[in-house]
Design a binder for this molecule. Structure first.
Ligand code: ADE
Length: 256
């Protein structure tokens, strides 16, 4: 069974619409949709936003649905200046950028207390599968699935697919200064969002292979507030659908 969670309801809605059977359960304020998607057994859930919401959803999916792997999707703000809106980031490692207990105990900034880890590694095979599928989506489906007016609005032509570090924290960042601080503190940081590293910690503790896939909706600066909602509504769901479809259709992602 494959767990697929998104912080964006638009993405889950599109995937749910393509389930062969849709067995829906409501648990603690969230809907879990179980069925076959492109030939694979999946459970789909909309987590809502933030680390607590994502933790609660990931824990439920792991404990109640017996999943083998977890894929988390959504949008993110760009942290690296070489990136543009519309690029796709596949997580190699995830960091919780709002965790810092270094003032009271001798731990490094971002280290999770009692776990001794600051960077949670995503699964190598899932990274490779996500990368291949994202590249194929960009090459052959992007321009058929996203309306050209939105591609033009964000100057999206051939998005980059980059594997790199993603960090998460419970704040929407719209401040270029905050992003340069994070880039200095987390070398190699590519994107920031509000859920991935919490899901990564849950998967690490449950020993579940996972990957986080994010489309860049904004540059986490002053224009993020206007860029974000339009990107989510008109672009993000198509990216996720295309990438997940490619991953599920490839035989390598997981057994049926
Ligand atoms: N997700 C998408 N853009 C974001 C931002 N700027 N800050 C936090 N999470 C985000």
């Amino acid at each position: 069974m494959i767990g697929i969670i998104s912080a964006m309801n638009e993405e889950i809605r599109l995937l749910v619409a393509h389930l062969d059977v849709d067995e829906k359960q409501t648990i603690a304020n969230r809907e879990y949709h179980q069925g076959k998607l492109f030939g694979k057994d999946v459970v789909l859930a909309f987590s809502r936003w933030g680390k607590v919401a994502a933790t609660q959803t990931a824990t439920t999916v792991i404990n109640l649905f017996d999943i083998d792997i977890l894929i988390f999707t959504g949008v993110a703000g760009a942290a690296d200046p070489s990136l543009s809106i519309g690029d796709i980031i596949i997580s190699t490692e995830l960091v919780q950028h709002d965790v810092d207990v270094s003032a009271v105990v001798s731990m490094k900034k971002f280290e999770i207390p009692l776990l001794g880890v600051s960077h949670f590694k995503a699964d190598a095979a899932l990274i490779e599968s996500a990368k291949r599928s994202a590249e194929e989506y960009v090459r052959s489906e992007l321009h058929n699935t996203v309306a050209s007016e939105y591609l033009r609005q964000y100057h999206i032509s051939v998005p980059q697919v980059i594997c790199g570090i993603i960090s998460s924290g419970d704040l929407f960042i719209a401040d270029a200064g905050k992003i340069s601080d994070l880039r200095r503190e987390i070398p190699g940081l590519m994107a920031i969002e509000m859920e991935g590293a919490a899901v990564a910690q849950v998967c690490y503790e449950h020993k579940i292979p996972f990957v986080v896939i994010r489309a860049l909706s904004d540059k986490a600066d002053h224009s993020a507030v206007t860029d974000f909602p339009i990107f989510v509504e008109h672009i993000a769901a198509h990216y996720t659908f295309g990438i997940i479809k490619g991953m599920l259709e490839s035989s390598s992602v997981v057994s049926q």
